[in-house]
Design a protein around this ligand. Structure first.
Ligand SMILES: Nc1ncnc2c1ncn2[C@@H]1O[C@H](COP(=O)(O)OP(=O)(O)OP(=O)(O)O)[C@@H](O)[C@H]1O
Ligand SMILES: [Mg+2]
Length: 248
């Protein structure tokens, strides 16, 4: 479904992506892990066409989005849902207005149908009783759930999640992972997550990739990560400050 091929990106003289290559299978839950600052969010921005690589290709369902003109890119983007790291909710809009936003932008639906979809998506994430609140009036976990409802509003083929559980307590984190699993229809919808919550994503992912020093250093099933003898992978799993990954 997604092929990332030799993607390189420099900011000034800092080379953040040094030739990133991996594939995301259609209908899977695939997760990119890596320490803070490894370039996960930047890579995700490239995958949704918000940034252009200096070099390389990003092929989505057979189409290279690198260098693509805006109208054609927008057509592909309409098939995406995105849950941004900071939620990216509109502060001046209520919960239901936030979820309605993509529907108003992309679908010429009558108002009553928009409200039906909004309520259905908010039901899925358990927020039916909070539709009129504003983002500043709800908790961090609830904001993530609104973000998820909005990401699912257009019934996307691919959903990108940037740190869906960061800043949440363990129980809320578990609830978000359960929602991710429950809304994922195997083989139909593709979920791509970016996270450094290794234990959480192990439980729900089909495939895991690890980015380190600008490149993918490991990829495989959660089990293959658990049993990996790669020192970079093991250091990350153990959360050890000692090892090949240096703290800068
Ligand atoms: N627009 C930019 N200009 C310059 N440098 C940038 C820019 N965006 C990101 N970077 C740099 O790219 C590196 C990777 O950032 P990124 O946000 O992708 O990390 P991350 O892996 O998502 O980290 P975290 O887990 O903390 O979210 C950082 O060193 C950051 O300073
Ligand atoms: Mg990030």
């Amino acid at each position: 479904m997604i092929q990332v091929d030799d993607v390189r990106k420099k900011f000034g003289d800092q080379e953040v992506l040094k030739g990133v290559t991996f594939e995301v299978k259609k209908g899977s839950i695939s997760t990119l892990i890596g320490r803070s600052g490894a370039g996960k969010s930047i890579l995700l921005r490239h995958m949704i066409g918000l940034d252009e690589p200096d070099k390389g290709h990003i092929v989505i369902d057979g189409k290279d989005i690198v260098g693509m003109k805006t109208p054609e890119l927008n057509k592909i983007r309409r098939r995406f849902g995105v849950l941004f790291q900071d939620g990216a909710l509109f502060d001046s809009m209520s919960v239901s207005e936030n979820v309605a936003f993509p529907l108003r932008e992309h679908r010429g639906l009558p108002e009553n149908e928009i409200q039906d979809v909004v309520m259905q998506k908010l039901d899925v994430v358990g927020l039916r009783r909070h539709t009129q609140k504003y983002p500043s009036e709800i908790s961090g976990g609830m904001r993530k759930r609104v973000g998820l409802a909005r990401a699912l509003a257009l019934d996307p083929d691919i959903v990108f999640f940037d740190e869906p559980t960061s800043g949440l307590d363990p129980i809320t984190r578990g609830a978000i992972y359960r929602l991710i699993e429950n809304t994922h229809v195997d083989g139909k919808i593709t979920y791509f997550l970016v996270s450094h919550d290794i234990s959480g994503v192990m439980a729900i992912s089909d495939e895991i990739m690890m980015i380190h020093d600008g490149r993918i250093v490991a990829c495989g099933t959660p089990d293959s990560f658990r049993t990996s003898s790669d020192q970079v992978v093991q250091q990350f799993l153990m959360g050890s400050p000692d090892g090949p990954i240096s703290i800068d």
